[in-house]
Write a protein that binds this ligand. Structure first.
Ligand SMILES: Nc1ncnc2c1ncn2[C@@H]1O[C@H](COP(=O)(O)OP(=O)(O)OP(=O)(O)O)[C@@H](O)[C@H]1O
Length: 638
């Protein structure tokens, strides 16, 4: 079950298998085969060079020098160089294409994961999988794997040629090369582990940076920039150390190939020289042998580079595939009801718009663990700031070290406990209760961000789980508490609700939520940018813009999480009239933090500790539910 997955740390990310890399490498099969073809032809041209060189020296020795041979050698070298250029370009292009492919898959998957995965994972880590891990796949192609395939031909060809020229000399030189090869293969596994750890650390760094940037105002206001700086620096230094780990292993690998070449060269010059002096070997053969030796070692160098790139890529691919293999949000859905018309009106005209029937809910364990970790960190942070006034970086480091301990198993508390209530069609129902009572969770169950642990929620008489999620969400207009405006224009923000809405419709819904003046604030009108670079909207205005967006979609049911941020009298009145307008003809379930907003609701559901402790009108609840009376007294309403 998705929700029960543990969030994974850096160390337990599964490593990908070589077979998982093939689909990426051979996504464009004809291109890859062409590149391999070019590489093989290029290898043949490489092999021809020492042969021609040997012939040339022999001709000079025997006094039968022929200029034609020189031209042939020049042509062979030139064609070989051109082929290698073409191959290089095609490899880079294919490498970029592989990165694009991996990013497309990952983005497509990310946008369809269950909400629980986002709650349980760190955003920055997910971002770095898309941005950074995918680039490591490119290195498999650009750092020699394909050249190494063509190089295999050069390698085998050179060995055969060397064996023919002088088997004794060959036996001496190949020993050292073999030893180096074995060492490199053994080190490859270490590179893979180091690379996965490095990528996970980059993920942690991105997550920490993202957290700091998103909380910048709080950090500045509390004077805790240095504290947060210490956290991010710790992650950055961790990434540096992991990078060094890779460097240490690769530092071993690269000299191995040079060492192999040097040892072999010393042996060839020493023993070869003696054999030439003794008259057992022609000087032309020794020159050809040395050229073949270089040809044999060059692919080995490529091979060493390729191995290290492949192992790095497998580490990164493990992190990519970990996400790709998660089930989509809809994976286990069994849709039996097709919704047509408002809230399934045809199917059950008299059924309530929404019904909660004995609904209980616990958040999945991984989500609770992530939530606890977040709270734990911020509680330590608060204690720290309170205790020291200003957070000194070195102490912050000590304090934060405590945070890294893996949390012990957690028990997921019952957040909703046997909740039952009804939202009759066309009525306005309000959820009220103290913070943490479970009101927002109730709305997120209706959106099916999570499913109840027990009980059933019905929409128009049909169980939510039987309705296609798109259909379901098309019936619902969900206005969140801190409805974020998205970067872009006023129009962009509105069209999210209904991409085909006309300008007139956009202006009309803005009027409906008392935001008609927004288009007059900038000469650009609907094309004015909202946010930092354009029109600044207050919290209340942002929420009204979100309501306007929802109205364009014209959903029959409105779920509204009223903003907790205090609105001034004028804004409060604007919001209330906006709500009255949008509520007419719709079923509305709203979370109210200000009782003033809901005194005239058709029904108020009072929640505490995940239970419904009273249902009725304002007047009824004042009489029957002490908690409600206290809330009302507190807000000077009673
Ligand atoms: N993503 C989450 N993961 C784990 N626990 C959560 C999550 N969201 C909420 N909770 C817990 O569920 C309980 C109910 O929270 P919820 O946000 O639904 O309450 P609420 O009544 O809407 O509170 P508020 O008025 O403060 O928004 C709380 O104990 C909260 O800590």
């Amino acid at each position: 079950m998705v929700g029960r997955r543990k969030s994974r740390g850096a160390s337990d990310t599964p490593r990908a298998k070589l077979g998982q890399l093939w689909p990426y490498l051979f996504a464009d099969k004809p291109m890859m085969l062409s590149i391999i073809g070019i590489s093989v032809v290029g290898a043949a041209f490489d092999l021809a060079q020492p042969l021609l060189m040997g012939l040339l020296v022999k001709q000079v020795e025997q006094g039968t020098f022929d200029m034609q041979l020189v031209w042939m050698l020049v042509a062979v070298v030139a064609i070989g160089a051109t082929l290698s250029g073409v191959q290089h370009f095609l490899l880079q292009r294919t490498g970029e294409h592989i990165v694009l492919l991996a990013r497309r898959n990952l983005i497509r998957k990310l946008l369809r994961l269950p909400i629980s995965e986002f709650d349980a994972r760190r955003t920055g880590d997910l971002v770095s999988r898309v941005g950074s891990d995918t680039t490591l796949l490119r290195a498999v192609l650009t750092q020699g794997l394909i050249e190494a395939i063509g190089g295999l031909l050069t390698f085998v060809g050179a060995i055969v040629a060397m064996l023919i020229i002088d088997p004794v000399l060959f036996a001496v030189t190949s020993g050292s090369v073999l030893i180096a090869l074995l060492i490199v293969l053994l080190l490859g596994r270490k590179v893979m582990a180091a690379s996965a750890a490095a990528q996970a650390q980059v993920g942690a760094l991105t997550a920490a940076t993202e957290r700091a940037i998103s909380a910048m105002r709080t950090l500045r206001a509390t004077g805790s920039v240095e504290h947060e700086e210490a956290t991010v620096m710790r992650e950055a230094e961790g990434a540096y150390r992991r990078g060094l780990d890779i460097a240490k292993v690769s530092a071993f690998m690269l000299p191995m190939s040079f060492l192999a070449l040097q040892l072999a060269l010393v042996a060839v010059f020493g023993i070869g020289g003696v054999r030439v002096a003794a008259g057992d070997l022609a000087i032309s053969s020794l020159i050809a042998f040395i050229m073949f030796l270089f040809l044999m070692v060059a692919p080995l160098t490529q091979f060493f580079g390729a191995i290290s790139a492949v192992f790095s890529a497998l580490g990164a691919l493990g992190r990519i595939e970990e996400i790709n293999q998660l089930p989509d949000e809809t994976a286990a859905d069994r849709v039996t009801v097709t919704l047509r018309g408002p809230a399934n009106a045809e199917a059950a005209p008299e059924a309530a718009a929404l019904e909660f029937d004995g609904v209980s809910f616990r958040y999945p364990e991984a989500v609770v663990r992530a939530e606890l970790a977040k709270r734990d960190a911020s509680a330590r942070f608060d204690r720290f700031v309170t205790a020291s006034g200003r957070a000194a970086a070195k102490d912050a480091d000590k304090l934060l070290a405590l945070d890294t301990a893996e949390s012990a198993p957690v028990e997921s508390p019952l957040v909703l406990d046997d909740v039952s209530f009804t939202v009759p069609r066309g009525s306005r129902v309000a959820l009220v209760g103290p913070s943490g009572a479970g009101k927002s969770t109730t709305l997120s169950l209706i959106e099916r961000f999570y499913d109840p642990t027990a009980g059933e929620i019905r929409l128009g008489g049909a169980a939510l789980t039987s309705i296609d999620r798109r259909d379901l969400r098309a019936q619902l207009g969900y206005v969140q508490q801190n409805s974020p405006t998205l970067a872009g224009t006023v129009r962009d923000n509105l069209l999210l609700g209904n991409p085909t809405a006309s300008d007139d419709e956009c202006v009309a819904v803005l009027r409906e939520v008392n935001l008609g003046n927004i288009v007059d604030r900038s000469p650009a009108g609907l094309d004015a940018q909202v946010g930092e670079s354009g029109i600044r909207l207050s919290g209340g205005e942002q929420q009204r813009l979100a309501i306007a967006r929802t109205l364009l979609a014209a959903p029959p049911i409105l779920l509204l999480d009223e903003s907790t941020s205090a609105l001034d009298g004028e804004n409060e009145a604007l919001m209330r009239t906006a709500l009255d307008r949008v509520a007419s003809g719709r079923s509305v379930l709203m979370i109210a933090h200000r009782l003033a907003t809901v005194v005239d609701a058709d029904q108020i559901v009072v929640m505490e500790h995940g239970r419904v402790i009273g249902t009725g009108t304002h007047a009824e609840l004042i009489e029957s539910v002490p908690l409600y009376r206290r809330l009302a007294e507190h807000q000077l309403l009673a």
